[in-house]
Ligand binder design. Structure first.
Ligand code: MCA
Ligand code: AMP
Length: 454
């Protein structure tokens, strides 16, 4: 997976820059080898990495791959509830990582490893309950990166720029391992701000729609990207006006691609291809898709198969089985359509309203509801995603509670789970309307709720 570290492209003084610090391949490899040595000595079964945007995180992930120890990246702002759950579920442990200590040898892995063994375990939300660990093998990751390199003509000539979090597929698998697979330079901007993207002078840019929409609102920053080769958006739907504003200011039609933590990126527009707003391109080589539409309908659930799929949810065989149809296709839960003539896909929505996409983060309504119910003043909670011009959707919590303010509840969720999972709005209601089965009727809540009195 780490082709660039084998020296095929030579060394580069500026191979990897993260938040203003730069390392050559040799320096990165030395630090990663030291991590691998320390991991081998520690005997940890899985390596929990506090995924701050730093060179240490890159060295830690690469070190885990060298040592053949599954890596579990943690959101750096994860509160005790979220952090504790991930560590308990995965059995992962942290060890100290220091970019200054380097080794020139890679330890032998403790056991014989194959490309199908777990490389990464990424935690991702479902509609209810706690996030599940998605087990990804190096075979799946390399299959995806090679398919994307082909689709985007991504090579060692590129300088990849992004500022996405390093605990999800987009920022870590594409944004770090992709650079080390293709040999492109990497500039991670620390935060994905329009100013930082504009100043980075890259050829290839990755962003979630919120990032592109913020760049579109600053035409000077968008214009600064005109010298790039390719701009890519994913993780959520890119609004058509953002596509057009970026084209107007930079001359680039953004390539949109679609994926999931469980499947990696499966459908994408192509560099030099015919790109239209609202479309996510065609399946990558090796991926087969089908639309499970009711008789006569054009849209239905997108289902797929291919070599980029996950190995399963960690320790949850029932959940893994439930993610597939009886005839073995992965159920994405996304509603899509595919053009009859050219096969170009459109993602039109999600089957469940209980999965929220906010700023490109996938957030399960049930997880936030459970967190709110842990607050002693909260008696009932129902969480929904409401359309938001900046975030795509924003998290709105309807609660039955007394003696607590909306701001206190927001802080409670931010502190216990993580900051991006906090409700952006808390509305107090007298009761959560429920159907005969006791299931919250969230639509009714959206139609007439009392505003936050604080
Ligand atoms: C505000 N803050 C708080 C609170 N309120 N902190 C604690 N408690 C509070 N109550 C502060 C934080 O400390 C932080 O401060 C700041 O607010 C963060 O604000 P926030 O609004 O959360 O951030 P943002 O700037 O609005 O974030 C937008 C974003 C972010 C940068 C676009 O959403 C993002 O990075 N999204 C990327 C998600 C992603 O990578 N998804 C990929 C999933 P300070 O700023 O000082 O730290 S993988 C995937 O989907 C698939 C495979 C795919 O297709 O890619
Ligand atoms: P995650 O597992 O966090 O990566 O979230 C995966 C989900 O993100 C998918 O199931 C889709 O709902 C959504 N998603 C990813 N890319 C796109 C896209 N280009 N357009 C619309 N939705 C997307």
């Amino acid at each position: 997976m780490l082709t660039a570290l084998t020296g095929v492209h030579g060394d580069r003084a500026d191979a990897v820059t993260v938040a203003g610090r730069t390392a050559s391949y040799e320096e990165l490899l030395g630090a990663a080898r030291q991590v691998a040595v320390d991991l081998a000595e520690s005997g940890v079964p899985a390596f929990a990495v506090n995924a701050t945007p730093t060179l240490e995180t890159v060295a830690a992930v690469v070190g885990a791959l060298l040592a053949g120890v599954p890596c579990v990246p943690l959101p750096p702002d994860a509160g005790p509830a979220e952090r504790g759950r991930i560590l308990r579920d995965s059995g992962a442990r942290t060890i100290e990582v220091d970019f200054v200590r380097r080794s020139d040898r890679t330890p032998d892995p403790a056991a014989v490893r194959t490309p199908d063994d777990p490389a990464l375990i990424l935690y991702t939300s479902g509609t209810t309950g706690a996030p599940k660990g998605v087990v990804l093998s190096s075979a799946a990751i390399t299959a995806d990166l090679d398919a994307l390199a082909g689709a985007w003509q991504w090579s060692a000539e590129d300088t990849l720029v992004h500022g996405l979090p390093l605990f999800h597929v987009h920022g870590l698998v594409l944004g770090v391992l992709g650079a080390l697979r293709t040999g492109s330079r990497l500039v991670h901007t620390g935060r994905p701000t329009p100013e930082a993207y504009a100043a980075a002078g890259g050829s290839l840019y990755f962003g979630v729609p919120t990032v592109w929409s913020r760049i579109a609102r600053e035409p000077q920053a968008a214009a600064a990207l005109s010298g790039a080769r390719l701009l890519v958006s994913g993780s959520a739907a890119l609004p058509a006006p953002v596509f057009r504003d970026i084209e107007r200011a930079s001359g680039h039609r953004i390539v949109e691609r679609y994926g999931m933590t469980e499947t990696l990126i499966t459908v994408s527009g192509r560099a030099g291809g015919d790109l239209h707003p609202g479309t996510v391109g065609t399946p990558l080589p090796g991926i087969t898709t089908r639309i499970a539409a009711e008789d006569g309908a054009e849209i239905g659930e997108l289902q797929l198969t291919g070599p980029t799929l996950f190995s399963g949810y960690l320790g949850r065989p029932e959940a893994t089985a439930a993610a597939y149809t009886e005839d073995g296709w992965f159920r994405t839960g996304d509603i899509a359509a595919a053009d009859e003539k050219d096969g170009v896909h459109r993602i039109v929505g999600r089957a469940s309203t209980d999965l929220i996409k906010s700023g490109g983060y996938r957030i399960g309504a049930g997880e936030i509801e459970n967190a709110l119910l842990d607050h002693p003043r909260v008696r009932e909670a129902a969480v929904v995603g409401v359309p938001d011009a900046d975030l795509g959707q924003r998290i709105v919590a309807f609660v039955v509670a007394e003696g607590v303010t909306g701001a206190e509840l927001t802080d409670f969720v931010a502190a216990h789970l993580s900051v991006h999972k906090r409700p952006r709005e808390v509305r107090f209601v007298e009761a959560v309307p429920r159907n005969a089965m006791g299931k919250p009727q969230k639509r009714l809540l959206l139609d007439g709720a009392a505003p936050d009195p604080t």
